[in-house]
Design a protein around this ligand. Structure first.
Ligand code: BGC
Length: 722
């Protein structure tokens, strides 16, 4: 990469939290054919040429495992150049230098916080007559304090519009590795939607609050007519409390504060180097009378192509679909994060693993996940251990079953949805290393025992005071050990690798598992035993699961581990009606309960807001957590009935096996696959069910237990009642 011929530059004295702006003036001759600016920074940056923003990439250079990989963006800036030019680049702390994670004090966090700010760039100007000029970062650049007085991931951004950078000083050269520079790999992060404020109102406490009607991740743009030095400031929140007052105690230590000092006149501004997850903002100061039209929430995320659509005859279910979509949009900002608001916003591996299938149906996430998986591989420890978070900002944290298994499950799912074997090729060593790690640390051969785990995180059968459900941790760990080993075997065979050692390991795990766990105690234990084929009689296990659920009052007791699979187990073994009962349940715990409470994204807890309007707790209560949104993959595959045939990844061949239910009347699903768009519709009518299927590939239609193979085309089928 030629940018490596440029120098890393930095500021020549410490300016604390103020974001520096780097500058280079240059002249050009008229007949430019093409001008390309490549750049990246240690921190998030925004570049301008002659006062115009360079490109539409927000929060560049994105978030990677910075010790190993730093993406370089390339912009076509031909149209921005004049004869005399000034290039300015403002660099904030971004993910690179923010103290993440917020709630922990670690040496590594301190180290990152004190890392230097840096910039490296290369502008190549090709003239029409064949000449070429290259301007790289070097000692000819200068820097000054920018109007951004503070910018950080959790605490927000402060801007002084009265400041014009002056007192330009020569930059210092920075000794920073260049081998970490890589071309842009992930999707570009962009502004994708503008959500206008729905209302500005006074709460019972007398606070002035702006409501956007939808939780978004991004920032608020505002327009204000002010006097120089007037102040605008606000904090972000997701919810109002039971009395209708602004609430953001669940952001924990994240201040999520915007402070803006005005210049004279009418001005429009939004933060540029950080982001927030919010539906409301509480105005702390505003120069005059605020009106809804003064505020717009701008949604920012990886600009993935939308591929999946779901619509049904049940309005609340449709709101759930919308909430899941928004949950994905809000948490796919370059890295799959747990939540976008509190002092986390981290690439929790378990959450990503749980949601990857749904994510891959709603949007084309191949590029997004491939980049993140490369970070996983880069951060994987020499022992093969995969941390809790990728990029790994808790490098001393223990791995956990169902979290570290993102190393096998995510590449496998990306291959299943899109059919490109190269993701498995890229990740195969990492997949094996994860399984080898388990083999090397377990205290009991062929099982995974006696290790730290998150268990069935947030399982509703958790003992009082614990976040971990009652499912035995060794059970979960051994089940996922089996699953990951199975995936290594499957991937290895496709890649033509010798996986005989893993095949026999897999067989030994199954035998040991059956011996160690002859009985299943919790819902999640039944789910895993049936779903991962650990039970020698999955039908019996699924029937037992259905019985327990009924005994539990048709209520889920599962957490992060059991919930994504529970509906699949039920419908795969003849209990689709019960699966729908769980999906359509409006009472706590149920997917529609948050909808009845006004949710606009998926919640971390089924009862983030309880029946009586009180909050679950402040220490762990995100209203924008996508994990339970994983129900949508069941809606596509089992509810609507579209899935790819076994061994036909990328939907080169389809199974159509819908599970209609009168309670929602009709269901319409569309899935744009690499092999064309599949649409599947059913409607319950007086005397039976009408189905409409459009398939671009051969499909096996399974209706009323009768299988029929159809060629690509449009079909209508009927089944009669009873
Ligand atoms: C996160 C989760 C994550 C978990 C680990 C939480 O704080 O928000 O979603 O997976 O920690 O158990």
């Amino acid at each position: 990469m030629e940018i490596r011929n440029s120098q890393w530059i930095t500021i020549s004295r410490s300016i604390g939290d103020i974001a520096p702006v780097f500058r280079r003036a240059f002249e050009t001759e008229k007949s430019i054919e093409k001008a390309t600016l490549e750049m990246t920074a240690l921190g998030t940056y925004e570049a301008e040429i002659n006062g115009k923003r360079v490109g539409d990439y927000i929060l560049a250079p994105g978030w990677t495992s910075y010790d190993h990989r730093l993406q370089v963006q390339a912009y076509d800036v031909t149209d921005l150049l004049q004869t005399e030019n000034a290039l300015h680049v403002t660099v904030g702390r971004g993910w690179f230098r923010s103290p993440m994670p917020g709630w922990m004090d670690t040496e590594d966090k301190k180290r990152r916080y004190h890392q230097p700010c840096g910039l490296i760039a290369r502008l190549t100007i090709d003239y029409a007559d064949g000449r070429k000029t290259v301007i790289g970062t070097d000692e000819s650049w200068s820097w000054a304090e920018s109007p951004v007085r503070f910018s950080e991931i959790y605490d927000g951004e402060h801007y002084d519009a009265g400041i014009r950078p002056s007192d330009w000083q020569p930059v210092s050269l920075l000794d920073w590795p260049k081998h970490i520079l890589i071309p842009q790999e992930g999707e570009i992060v962009r502004e994708t939607e503008r959500v206008t404020a729905k209302r500005v109102f006074r709460t019972p406490k007398g606070e002035t609050v702006v409501d956007f009607g939808q939780e978004v991740t991004g920032y608020v743009e505002f327009t204000v007519n002010a006097k120089a030095g007037d102040s605008v400031s606000f904090i972000h929140g997701e919810m109002l409390d039971a009395d209708g007052n602004f609430y953001n105690a669940n952001y924990r230590s994240a201040k999520a504060l915007v402070k803006y000092s005005c210049r004279e006149g009418t001005q429009t501004w939004h933060p540029r180097l950080t982001f927030f997850g919010f539906r409301y903002v509480k105005l702390l100061s505003w120069p005059n009378h605020p009106k809804p039209e003064d505020f717009t929430a701008i949604a920012v995320h990886s600009d993935m192509k939308r591929t999946g659509r779901l619509q049904s005859g049940n309005a609340e279910l449709n709101r759930l679909f919308s909430n899941i979509l928004w949950g994905q949009r809000c948490n796919f900002l370059d890295v799959p994060t747990d939540c976008p608001q509190r002092d986390e916003r981290l690439g929790w591996t378990g959450d990503a693993q749980v949601f990857v299938k749904t994510a891959s149906y709603f949007f084309d996430v191949e590029r997004f996940f491939r980049k993140w998986l490369h970070d996983l591989k880069a951060d994987q420890r020499p022992s093969g251990e995969v941390g809790q978070i990728i990029p790994d900002v808790i490098p001393d944290g223990d791995s956990s079953a169902a979290w570290g298994d993102a190393a096998t499950i995510c590449p496998w799912q990306i291959y299943q949805t899109y059919g490109d074997l190269s993701v498995l090729k890229d990740q195969f060593d990492s997949m094996k290393k994860w399984v080898n790690y388990i083999t090397s640390v377990t205290k009991t051969p062929n099982l995974w025992t006696d290790h730290f785990h998150f268990g069935d995180w947030l399982g509703l059968d958790a003992p009082s005071g614990s976040y971990k459900g009652s499912t035995r941790e060794d059970f979960i760990a051994s089940a996922f050990y089996a699953r990951s080993t199975e995936l290594v075997v499957k991937a290895g065979k496709l890649l033509g690798e010798d996986v005989s050692a893993y095949e026999s390991l897999y067989k030994r795990i199954i035998t040991a598992f059956r011996c160690a766990f002859p009985e299943y105690k919790t819902q999640t234990e039944h789910v895993l035993a049936a779903h991962f084929s650990l039970s020698d009689d999955p039908q019996k296990t699924a029937d037992a699961l259905a019985e327990i659920i009924r005994k539990d009052g048709v209520r889920l007791r599962t957490g992060f581990v059991g919930t994504p699979y529970i509906l699949h187990v039920l419908s795969n073994y003849g209990h689709a009606d019960l699966a729908w009962s769980l999906v359509l349940r409006r009472e706590y715990p149920g997917w529609l309960f948050p909808v009845t409470k006004g949710a606009t994204t998926a919640w971390e807890h089924w009862d983030g807001i309880r029946e009586d309007g009180s909050f679950w707790s402040t220490d762990m209560n995100s209203f924008n957590h996508y994990a339970y949104g994983s129900v949508a993959d069941w809606i596509f595959e089992q509810g609507a009935g579209i899935r790819h045939a076994e061994n036909k990844p990328g939907f080169t061949e389809v199974i159509y096996n819908p599970h209609p239910d009168e309670r929602l009347g009709w269901l319409d699903a569309r899935l744009e696959t690499r092999n064309g768009t599949i649409s599947a519709f059913w409607a319950c009518e007086n005397d039976g069910v009408r189905y409409e299927l459009t398939t671009p590939v051969q499909a096996t239609v399974v209706l009323d237990n009768i299988k029929k193979i159809v060629e690509p085309g449009q079909y209508t089928f009927w089944t009669e009642k009873g």
